[in-house]
Design a protein around this ligand. Structure first.
Ligand code: ADP
Length: 400
């Protein structure tokens, strides 16, 4: 099956065409600056990147250009669009109603629409992408894979905030969690890779990218996760603060004459390791280099980031009353040896020992712990697009 995987942001659209039989990517790329001017980057497997500047007033024009590139005589990878069998969409928020991936019908569209309030930047863009694909490829099945659905197995003690119940009942204010597709994929792959028994397993997944979150996966199901109502809660991230005393908002607002939404923009876009490094960078490659050159702010950023990850791991060991495996994934988790080493330096009490030589590896599934370590630690690349492709194929086949 050829599955087109689509991930729409407010002004961007990433895509991959995946052959589900081989699980190989036939072509991939992205549209940028949708609604501003428009730029398509397209790359067929084994070929060069092509860049096309073209107007993209909406996601419909963007998808239309992607489809044209896929069937282009010279560098296209399909003869006609009939060869696209299904489309898998990454959707941010499915609220409490959606607990798994779904074939898109009117009911699913209505839920995505209802959840625009909870995901104001992403859900409207996701809907635009879905509607554009329905319009341009009528009759093809579309599947929605939600960032929140894997976390719907959390119990109320994990997802309820200790605030008046009326806010939960009236406005559905609770922890939802994000990166669910990655947490599900990586925990599943880890169970296989490490030979664990899914129905009797305790796995902690640290998805450390520009956005970062961590989850406790008990017997293959999410028991807790660090992101909340929005992706702002939890770990320190590239530019997001993660957890902080909510009273900080009012205090700074009063001192600086800011309103709450201005303050939230600061907490989302101007905080995190970017802020701790005195605006040096949100990228760990830059931070590591600066730290090695003696920059103390960069050192603090890396140390604070790693310390927060270690504290969450400790709390999830308590939540599951044990842990069999800890898995690092995401751009930082897969590449930043210094972060992994610092995190693990706090976890000796669990009987974890790290293989220093393995910590230099990157870009593949590997075990980071020594053979005698009491808990297995692994590094495993995430692949959200492949996870979306697999769910799409499963649902489309089941509906046949
Ligand atoms: P997202 O999908 O959230 O945008 P990624 O998972 O792609 O983020 O992670 C991107 C981050 O990974 C970069 O900002 C950078 O901090 C980190 N990163 C990528 N490559 C390396 C590397 N070689 N060494 C250290 N950090 C890296």
């Amino acid at each position: 099956m050829n599955v087109l995987v689509v991930n729409c942001g407010s002004s961007s659209l990433k895509f991959q065409l995946i052959n589900s039989d081989t699980e190989e990517v036939s072509a991939k790329g992205l549209c940028e600056r949708i609604g501003i001017d428009g730029r398509l980057v397209y790359q067929p497997a084994g070929g060069e990147k092509e860049i096309t500047e073209a107007p993209m007033p909406t996601h419909t024009e963007a998808i239309s250009l992607v489809l044209k590139a896929l069937v282009n005589e010279k560098t296209g990878v399909l003869k006609s669009l009939d060869e696209v069998d299904a489309i898998g969409h990454r959707v941010l928020h499915g609220g409490s109603k959606i607990t798994e991936s779904r074939i898109i019908d009117d009911e699913v569209i209505a839920v995505i629409d209802e959840c625009c309030d909870l995901g104001p930047l992403h859900n409207p863009a996701n809907l635009m992408g879905i509607r554009a694909c329905m319009e341009l490829m009528p009759g093809k099945p579309n599947v929605a894979v939600f960032d929140t659905s894997f976390h719907q197995s959390m119990p109320p003690k994990a997802y309820r905030y200790a605030i008046p119940t009326e806010y939960y009942e009236k406005y559905a204010v609770r922890k939802y969690g994000f990166h669910g597709t990655s947490h599900k994929f990586v925990s599943g792959e880890a169970i296989r890779f490490l030979g664990l028994d899914k129905d009797n397993s305790k796995v902690i997944v640290a998805h450390l990218g520009n956005g970062a979150s961590i989850s406790a996966v008990l017997n293959g199901k999410c028991a807790d996760t660090s992101m909340g109502l929005t992706p702002l809660e939890g770990l320190i991230m590239g530019t997001r603060s993660g957890d902080l005393d909510p009273a900080v908002l009012e205090y700074i607002c009063n001192k600086e004459g800011l309103n709450v939404s201005q303050m939230l923009t600061i907490l989302n876009k101007k905080s995190g390791v970017m802020a701790l490094s005195n605006n040096l960078s949100s990228d760990f490659r830059d931070l590591e280099e600066a730290m090695d050159n003696g920059n103390e702010a960069a050192r603090l950023a890396i140390e604070a980031f790693s310390y927060r990850v270690a504290k969450y791991i400790g709390s999830y060991v308590a939540a599951m009353n044990g842990v069999d495996a800890i898995v690092f994934t995401g751009g930082i988790g897969e590449n930043a040896g210094v972060v992994r080493k610092t995190v693990l330096s706090y976890l000796g009490y669990l009987g974890i020992t790290m293989d220093e030589a393995a910590n230099k590896k990157r870009g593949e599934n590997f075990i980071l712990s020594t053979p005698d370590s009491k808990v297995k630690v692994a590094v495993m690349p995430t692949n959200e697009e492949l996870a979306i492709c697999r769910d799409t194929v499963e649902l489309v086949n089941a509906a046949k």
